[in-house]
Design a protein around this ligand. Structure first.
Ligand code: GTP
Ligand code: MG
Length: 429
């Protein structure tokens, strides 16, 4: 049975009854209001825009205060995000406001990965909320939720068209955050140019498939004003904390030699529209959209990535326990597979080493045999030389003895001749 049928059946099982007296649960909305007021609220705004485009001034103007502002340089090597949290109070309502500013946005020569730092920041806030949700001991009631509820995207008042950096950044962020585009420093562009610029921006956003935040029109209390305001997007804003006397009233304005631009004058700019929409009418919707749309998408993708699923291949519900078991089995199987692979690799390496060693041994043996043969040959040659020398030596000795013998014989002969002569001379003749 389909789930909608089940719901319908459950609904028909619920019987409407009338009560004969006051019970008191009609105070539930009041209880909710009083509990929420006691707990306080939290709202986080991300301001994306070039250095010096007027982010801090607009925030100060919006919240009627002076946030800590430090001017950024144009020489940041990469885009950074600076978050500051403040505790504000209006009547008896406490608001924990975090303002996150991009630092060095659009200042690098290569702007390709500018948006990545912003995406990373938004994801990191979702991730820490998810981690808190997944804890066994959760403390979401006093958790400081840093997820971005509204992203004010500051467009430079060029009157031309959106820069590719603007389009790419908004496209990358539109599924993660509620984007409210604003034309910054709108006092620097003429009325007719501004009108054309707004149309151009909206048509570029549509043709590039960028989904900006639409003020909700499903609640009939605000449907009318939100529909009107949607048609005024992007808001052209002017920021200033300077007060100027107009008539007998001090108003926020920017003074020029030719006149005064009043921030809160709706015929001068859309500042009031932005403040109404962002703070007075749709702050709760922005918070809700962040939780139910953007965070939900992040959570779903992240859990699916981790292997969790609600239904199996046959569309049957899968419990967390089953998913855990399946994952555990998959993990063990994978582990065994890796172990086996490593073992095989080890055996293979040992075999390779053995073959290498055997080859080296064979090579050495060959070299040894070769040297042995050479040595043998040398030895034979030496023996031959030795025999020759010995023969020569014995020949020489023989010749020497013969010579000596001859010499001795010759000596004896000559002595005998002399004796004969001597005898003859002494008269024996
Ligand atoms: P970084 O934080 O350094 O990136 O600058 P930022 O974007 O916060 O700009 P900031 O608010 O510091 O304003 C920069 C300059 O622009 C200041 O001189 C402001 O007075 C001026 N400025 C701010 N808002 C407006 C505006 O609406 N119109 C005009 N004409 N100038 C503005
Ligand atoms: Mg600033």
């Amino acid at each position: 049975m389909a789930s909608t049928d089940v719901t319908r059946q459950l609904d028909t099982n619920v019987r409407p009854l009338s009560m004969s007296g006051h019970v008191g649960f009609d105070s539930l909305p009041d209880q909710l209001v009083s509990r929420s007021t006691g707990q306080g609220f939290c709202f986080n705004i991300l301001c994306i825009g070039e250095t010096g485009i007027g982010k801090s001034t607009l925030m100060d103007t919006l919240f009627n205060t002076n946030f800590e502002n430090s001017e950024s340089t144009h020489f940041e090597p990469k885009v950074k995000l600076r978050a500051q949290t403040y505790q504000l109070q209006e009547s008896n309502v406490q608001l924990k406001l975090t303002v996150v500013n991009t630092v060095g946005f659009g200042d690098q020569m290569n702007k390709e990965d500018s948006y990545q730092h912003v995406v990373k920041y938004i994801d990191a806030q979702f991730e820490s909320y998810l981690q808190e949700e997944l804890k066994i001991k959760r403390s979401l009631h006093n958790y400081h939720d840093t997820r971005i509820h509204a992203c004010l995207y500051f467009i430079a008042p060029t009157g031309h068209s959106l820069k590719s950096l603007d389009l790419v950044t908004m496209k990358k962020l539109d599924s993660k955050v509620n984007i409210i585009p604003v034309i910054a420093k709108a006092d620097t562009i003429s009325k007719s140019e501004l009108h054309k610029f707004k149309i151009k921006i909206m048509s570029e956003l549509v043709s590039n498939g960028v989904q900006i935040y639409q003020f909700p029109i499903d609640d009939e209390n605000v449907a009318k004003i939100n529909t009107t305001m949607n048609s005024h997007l992007p808001f052209a804003v002017v920021g200033s904390t300077e007060e100027v006397k107009i008539g007998n009233k001090m108003v926020k304005a920017r003074q020029y030699p030719w006149g005064v631009v009043q921030v809160e004058n709706e015929s001068h700019c859309d500042f009031v529209k932005l403040r109404e929409m962002l703070i007075c009418v749709n702050m709760e919707d922005l918070r809700e959209q962040t939780h139910t749309r953007h965070y939900e998408l992040y959570r779903r993708c992240k859990l699916e990535e981790m292997g969790f699923t609600d239904t199996d291949a046959e569309n049957k519900p899968v419990s967390l326990q089953e998913t855990y078991e399946t994952k555990r089995q998959e993990f063990l199987f994978e582990l065994q597979k890796r172990e086996e692979e490593m073992r095989q690799m080890f055996v293979q390496r040992v075999k390779e080493k053995e073959t290498e060693l055997k080859d080296a041994e064979r090579e050495l043996q060959g070299k040894f045999e070769h040297l042995k043969r050479l040595h043998q040959e040398e030895r034979v040659k030496l023996d031959e030389k030795k025999t020759m020398l010995e023969d020569e030596m014995s020949g020489f000795s023989k010749r020497k003895i013969a010579a000596e013998l001859l010499q001795a014989q010759a000596f004896t002969g000559s002595m005998n001749i002399k004796k004969d002569k001597d005898r003859k001379n002494s008269g024996f003749m």
